[in-house]
Design a protein around this ligand. Structure first.
Ligand code: ASP
Length: 293
């Protein structure tokens, strides 16, 4: 069986000084997941570990480095899916959790699919996780940009990037997907995007796994991750399935984004309509990882 892993660091417009580090961050996450897959670990463990690594990287808008709401709080969304058993775990608008993807994985192992806000926090405590402070998650760069945004000094388009995600197929042919985000800068309190919604910001079945990023409301409206999976189910190669899903979005909205995809045969697909989207991919058919933005 071919193992494959693809990682993204969010779609949007990256400032030139962050382009290199975003790609390096994706690569670092990829290597963590790749080690797991290479030692016959599961796709689910690999995508969780990748996303956790990217959440801990303050460069990305997920976990540490998450953007702020209008009220200056940090409300995070994350989702993870095991395509083999169709198990799903997600958390939305959760505060004071260092690694929302770890909490989402614990939800996956529970009878629930999605927990939000205070309930998600309560569940974290019951699971033995501890709460962090807002300051643990907040970076100076994000705080400064939030202040600039509030003073309307930074155009909206420059703010949108940094959501993270991963998709993998393991040596047993099992697929998994994971996505984590702080959401858009200065978002309305309680706003939930596509990232914790199955079929929107992430999806996995026995044919393909998808993680998406971009203008969340439209990824929800058009069920982009599920749409990409359906194209793969109809026999489209994953690259074409990824492109068709994004093309469908473009037909209906001017908003942008992108997605990564792998199938059970270890083929990797990538499509974006935004200017940039940092990513890294590897399969055991490739000599070395591919990175880009
Ligand atoms: N899709 C994310 C959201 O709307 C944001 C992003 O991917 O940049 O919350």
């Amino acid at each position: 069986m071919t193992i494959a892993l693809s990682v993204h660091g969010g779609a949007g417009v990256y400032p030139p000084e962050q382009m290199q580090s975003a790609q390096e961050g994706c690569l670092a996450g990829l290597l963590v997941g790749w080690n797991i897959l290479q030692s016959n670990g599961s796709a689910l463990d690999a995508v969780e570990a990748v996303v956790r690594t990217l959440e801990d990287n303050p460069l990305f808008n997920a976990g540490t480095g998450s953007y702020l709401t209008r009220e200056g709080n940090i409300e995070m969304d994350a989702g993870i899916m095991d395509g083999e058993m169709f198990r799903v775990g997600a958390v939305a608008a959760v505060e004071l959790i260092k690694n929302p993807i770890v909490l989402a994985r614990k939800v996956l192992a529970s009878p629930q699919v999605l927990l939000v806000g205070c309930g998600a926090q309560q569940f974290a405590l019951e699971q033995g996780m501890s709460l962090c402070t807002r300051e643990d998650l907040l970076t100076e760069r994000v705080y400064t940009r939030w202040q600039q945004k509030r003073a309307a000094q930074v155009p909206e388009v420059e703010q949108k990037h940094g959501t993270v995600g991963a998709v993998a197929v393991d040596s047993a042919g099992r697929l998994a997907a994971a996505t984590s985000t702080g959401g858009p800068m200065n978002k309305y309190p309680g706003r939930v995007g596509d990232s914790p919604l199955v079929g929107c910001g992430f999806y996995a079945d026995r044919i393909a796994a998808i993680s998406s990023t971009g203008y969340g409301e439209d990824f929800v409206r058009f069920l982009i991750a599920r749409r990409a999976a359906e194209y793969a189910g109809q026999g489209y190669p994953v690259q074409l399935a990824a492109e068709e899903a994004m093309a469908f979005m473009t037909m209906h909205t001017s908003e942008t984004g992108g997605l990564i995809m792998v199938d059970a045969q270890g083929n990797v697909g990538f499509a974006k309509t935004s200017l940039h989207m940092s990513y890294a991919s590897m399969s055991d058919r490739m000599v070395e990882p591919e990175i880009g933005i």
